[in-house]
Design a protein around this ligand. Structure first.
Ligand code: 5GP
Length: 192
C-alpha cells in the first residue's frame, strides 16, 4: 500500500452513493505535507515529460495543484466554475456535469493563460466518470495546447472515467485507484 492508500484507509469514510469522503486531509482540511508527497510522486512518474503549466479546476484541485507545482516549477491555472457563459470571446469554456453536486457548470479559462505553446499537466483530486477531465481536455484542445499528462489523487476505478481517459491515449497517473468500497463495512479495496 502506498502513502495515499494508507491515508485513505486511516481517514477516508465511505458514504452512500459511491462517495468517498476525504475532507479531513484532501477536500476541506488540507494536509499540505501529504500534498507535497503527492507532488513528488507525480514528478517521478512524469519525469522526462515536457510540462510548462499545470491546469486544475476549482475548488479542491487548487491546493493540490499548487503544492505539486513546486515539484515542476511551473505556474498553475485553474478553471473557474461559472453559471453563465461568457460570450465576449475572451474565455475558453466547456460544460461539466458535477458528480458530487449533480448539476452542470460551465468551466472557463481566460485565453490569456493558455495558448498553443503550452504543454499541460492536468491535476485533480478525484476521477469518477471523467466529466471534469473531459471538460479540461476540451479547454486545452480549444487553446491549441497539448495535454502532457494527467495526475489524479484518487481514481474510483469502478466508475468509467479512468478507462475512457486511458482509451483516449492519455498518460493518466492516479496515486490511489479504488476498485471497490462498501458503505456498510467501510471496507475499501485498491487496485494493485
Ligand atoms: P467526474 O467528473 O470524474 O465524474 O468527477 C470528478 C469530480 O467529482 C472531482 O473533481 C471531485 O470533486 C468530485 N468527486 C467525484 N467522486 C467523488 C468522491 O467519491 N468523493 C469526493 N470527495 N469527490 C468526488
Amino acid at each position: 500500500m502506498n502513502f495515499l492508500e494508507e491515508r485513505i484507509i486511516k481517514d477516508g469514510v465511505v458514504k452512500e452513493g459511491n462517495i468517498l469522503k476525504v475532507d479531513s486531509f484532501l477536500n476541506h482540511q488540507l494536509d499540505v505535507e501529504l500534498f507535497d508527497q503527492m507532488g513528488a510522486e507525480w514528478a517521478k512518474r512524469f519525469e522526462g515529460v515536457e510540462i510548462n503549466k499545470i491546469l486544475t479546476i476549482e475548488a479542491s484541485g487548487i491546493g493540490i495543484a499548487c503544492v505539486a507545482a513546486r515539484h515542476f516549477n511551473v505556474p498553475v491555472v485553474f478553471a473557474k466554475k461559472s453559471q453563465s457563459v461568457n460570450l465576449d470571446g475572451e474565455m475558453y469554456t466547456a460544460e461539466v456535469e458535477s458528480f458530487t453536486h449533480k448539476n452542470k457548470n460551465n468551466v472557463i479559462v481566460s485565453k490569456k493563460f493558455l495558448n498553443e505553446n503550452d504543454k499541460v499537466l492536468i491535476i485533480d483530486d478525484f476521477l469518477a466518470n471523467g466529466c471534469a477531465l473531459q471538460g479540461l481536455i476540451s479547454i486545452i484542445n480549444s487553446a491549441g495546447a497539448s495535454v502532457a499528462g494527467i495526475g489524479i489523487a484518487i481514481e474510483k476505478g469502478f466508475q468509467s472515467g479512468g478507462q475512457i481517459i486511458r482509451n483516449l491515449g492519455y498518460k493518466l497517473e492516479s496515486l490511489a485507484i479504488v476498485d471497490g468500497m462498501n458503505p456498510e463495512t467501510g471496507k475499501i479495496n485498491f487496485r494493485n
